[in-house]
Design a protein around this ligand. Structure first.
Ligand code: SAH
Ligand code: SF4
Length: 382
């Protein structure tokens, strides 16, 4: 089998080129063709010698993911469902804002952590994505959007690893993907604009700090172990005290001087004033000086099997006020794309239920762009 070049960061590609008897700088050219120009075939890489292109054609390929469906929300959010084989699918969501374009990327098909409020967690774990499958989401979305918007400049300015899966439980595949995102010859994203979100895999937070310190978001969701054990089962392995200590260690290497705590607001479960007070005490206990965290309150996005209810907006605002009054910067996440189930925690990727996918496509309210690309084609127009 030939190598999929989407699997390699620049260093990996350089080693691959060396094995072909080529100079390392060829890897940089190749890498730029793939990630900056969206090339999916060697024939179009006109500044590479024909002999090299022929050699590549017999040893390598560039293969993205098949798109099963694309949905466009009334607010401009776009969700793609990608086929990753064996009946599994993963989702990526593009969220346009005035000053940025954010892509929410998946790291696993399903998730083994099994948080109670998360539909991916309810689905169970299927498998880790490869580096190529993680980066294919960005590769596809960036070049698809450039083509359709008729732009040459970068459209996706931020990546959040907040799609399906726990990125730090797929560490070895995640790191090269992050490096490709950051590489100036790749997507050239700043470390501050690439965020890994984790439910708290403590040892891997320490490794990430060393290997590839990007912005970090930690899914806290509860102010004490009893409640967190129940909502985020991983807490039984890495309880809050260990998690807080790991956050403090991470800050020594982080590109930002704060950690974002995500907190999903569940009616009557974790949204009471006493929970906010406990959070304040927790943050103060671990503060080593100055501001070190921000809170992002996420209105719960319900799904049928959860048995949980979204906190009323008034409750969310009251909770935010208690934290803010204590000097903790707190934001309430705007829910985007909820008309197409693209909001946090609604990503289920149930490809087995194809009738539902079909239904969704016909219900699509906004304009279709163009037909989705197939496996062997490069992003359209490139
Ligand atoms: N596994 C990682 C990243 C993916 S989940 C993590 O847990 O951090 C991304 C964010 O969406 C997390 O903060 C997660 O807690 C939140 N989330 C999951 N299900 C949700 C739901 N139903 N409503 C709102 N937010 C949810
Ligand atoms: Fe996994 Fe994150 Fe969902 Fe928890 S919230 S089940 S860690 S994807």
């Amino acid at each position: 089998m030939t190598a999929n070049l989407l699997d390699f960061d620049l260093e990996g590609l350089a080693l691959f080129c060396e094995r072909l008897g080529e100079k390392r700088f060829r890897a940089t050219q190749l890498f730029r063709w793939i990630h900056q120009k969206g090339a999916a075939s060697f024939g179009e890489m006109t500044d590479l010698a024909k002999s090299l292109r022929e050699k590549l054609a017999t040893t390598a390929h560039i293969k993205g993911l098949d798109v099963i469906s694309r949905q466009i929300s009334a607010d401009g959010t776009i969700k793609w469902l990608f086929d990753v084989g064996d009946g599994n699918a993963v989702e990526a969501v593009f969220i346009p804002e005035e000053d940025r374009g954010t892509l929410c990327v998946s790291s696993q098909a399903g998730c083994a952590v099994g948080c109670r409020f998360c539909s991916t967690g309810h689905q169970g774990f299927s498998r880790n994505l490869t580096t190529g499958e993680i980066i294919a989401q960005l590769w596809f979305a960036e070049h698809f959007l450039r083509h359709h918007l008729g732009r040459q400049d970068r459209i996706i300015t931020n990546v959040v690893m907040m799609g399906m899966g726990e990125p730090l439980q797929n560490y070895n595949e995640l790191i090269p993907a992050l490096r490709i995102m950051l590489d100036d010859h790749g997507y050239g994203l700043s470390r501050r604009r690439v965020t890994v979100s984790t439910s708290g895999v403590v040892p891997m937070m320490d490794r990430l700090a060393q290997d590839c310190p990007v912005a970090l978001a930690v899914s806290l969701h509860a102010p004490n172990d009893a409640l967190r054990d129940n909502l985020v089962p991983l807490n039984r392995k890495y309880p809050i005290a260990e998690l807080m200590a790991a956050c403090n260690r991470y800050l020594l290497h982080a590109p930002r001087d704060f950690i974002t705590f995500e907190y999903c607001m569940l009616d009557g479960v974790n949204d009471q004033p006493e929970h906010a007070q406990q959070l304040i005490a927790l943050v103060r206990q671990y503060a080593t000086g100055g501001v070190w965290c921000k809170f992002n309150l996420i209105p719960f996005n319900p799904f049928p099997q959860s048995g949980l209810v979204r906190s009323p907006q008034s409750q969310v605002l009251a909770f935010a006020k208690i934290l803010s009054d204590a000097g903790i910067v707190t934001t309430v996440r705007k829910t985007r794309g909820d008309d197409i189930d693209a909001a946090c925690g609604q990503l289920a990727g149930d490809v087995k239920d194809r009738t539902r996918v079909g239904e969704r496509i016909t219900q699509q309210r906004t304009v279709m762009l163009t037909p989705v690309m197939s496996r062997d084609r490069k992003p359209e127009g490139m």
